[in-house]
Design a protein around this ligand. Sequence first.
Ligand SMILES: *Cc1c(COP(=O)(O)O)cnc(C)c1O
Length: 505
Amino acid sequence: MKEENDLSQRRAPIDMTPEQFRTLGHSLIDRVADLLGSMRVRPVTPDAIPNQIREALGAESPLPDHGADPQVILDRAASLLIDNSLYNGHPRFWGYITSSPAPIGMLGDLLAAAVNPNVGGWKLSPMASEVEAQTIRWIAELIGYPPECGGVLTSGGNVANFAGVLAARAAKARWDVRARGLHFDGAGNMTLYASTETHTWLQKAADLFGFGTDAIGWVPADGSRRMGLDHLRRKIERDVDDRRLPFLVIASAGTVSTGAVDPIRALAEICREHDMWLHIDGAYGGFAAALPEAPEDLHCLELADSVAVDPHKWLYAPLEAGCVLVRDPDALHNAFSYHPPYYHFEQEAINYFDHGLQNSRGFRALKVWLALQQVGREGYVRMIRDDIGLAEALYRRVSQTPELQAFTQALSITTFRYLPPDYQGHEESPAASEYLNQLNEEILVRLERGGEVFLSNAMIGEIYALRACVVNFRTTLQDIEALPEIVVRVGQEADRALRSQARIL
Ligand SMILES: *Cc1c(COP(=O)(O)O)cnc(C)c1O
């Protein structure tokens, strides 16, 4: 006979006693501290194919019917992750634009999960909502944006940029676009503009939000990989003549490939002339605006109607934390709220579900807020400056290394490639270009497998380049100085392998 479940003495299997939590928590924190202490001597990434990882996990095992000891489960989880992960917190991780996570952010996420405020509504998260508001204001102050702006934290740069586009769409459509949409008789043909160097979030946004990717006016980049202004002007004028409705220009403040900063001041002027919204994708470079020596156009962020930045990049927040700022404090509310207008005026407090795409929301502001206080403006200026200085040092070293060819250096991104001695001087013939692309792709694969360093790649026109992006407070000059030699060594190996393969074929 089944035992009656006595709910007056309920003991849910998922709960823990405070003592149990304390013991488990301390032992987990010990493992994390050991991980931090041993990061440098670990490979950046495990040399493993998906099947090996699945095997280590036991990917095929079915859903457990019965519970298990949380100490055992947590220990196993820690071991699996610690032994089979890529470490973007490793001092020699320079791939993509992914930063080392700040230790205080790790603790912040634990505290956030423990209190578990739902930062969708103020009533559900009184202190957390105010912390988020303060974090947004501090971010604005850090990058020179008007602190009375609106804003919301997002899962990352993609969603922060989406929010900017949706705010622009609501503000610039000449009809009630939220009710009537984009495709009724009499709707204008809303058109947006960005350089060909823009991150792929833009295609997703154009697709998701009903414009269609054909509504993007792609503007070629100039020699320094910034948006070409004459091209943009001509495109807008032609589209106006075709009875389209140009409503949005997207500028990159730090392109994802090479760190180029679009001519923001001039773009703001064009937007003013045509009553268009200027959105800046500063997911990578936005925080470099805090540096007095930053490129002039980074000091013009306040000219933009909206700016996306990514605290999980140059503020070193653990994933995930993005942020959008809008100059008009009502712009997000106008784009996202479904309350009747009077509701807004009666509210003294901010309900973040009214300001973005999410309804229930986690407390991602905490880790950002903690780090901003731990280091202050001064600390961030110093760390970002050091990252840029290291990327510049890399460019100099690469330029002085005979078998390497340096291409670009901007913000903290340096691009280059390996060039075998017998290709030097005639690397531009079609056959040579093709081989060099193939070779450098092979080098990247081998570097990853080796686990000594982690790079990614960029296409510089038709050239496949290796790309190092330093968003890493653990990287030292010695780490940077070691890179050219490693790439030359791996380059020579890859070159030999490819040539002998070609002979066999
Ligand atoms: C990283 C990045 C994005 C996307 O941000 P996520 O945080 O990955 O969503 C968009 N634009 C630029 C320029 C970026 O560097």
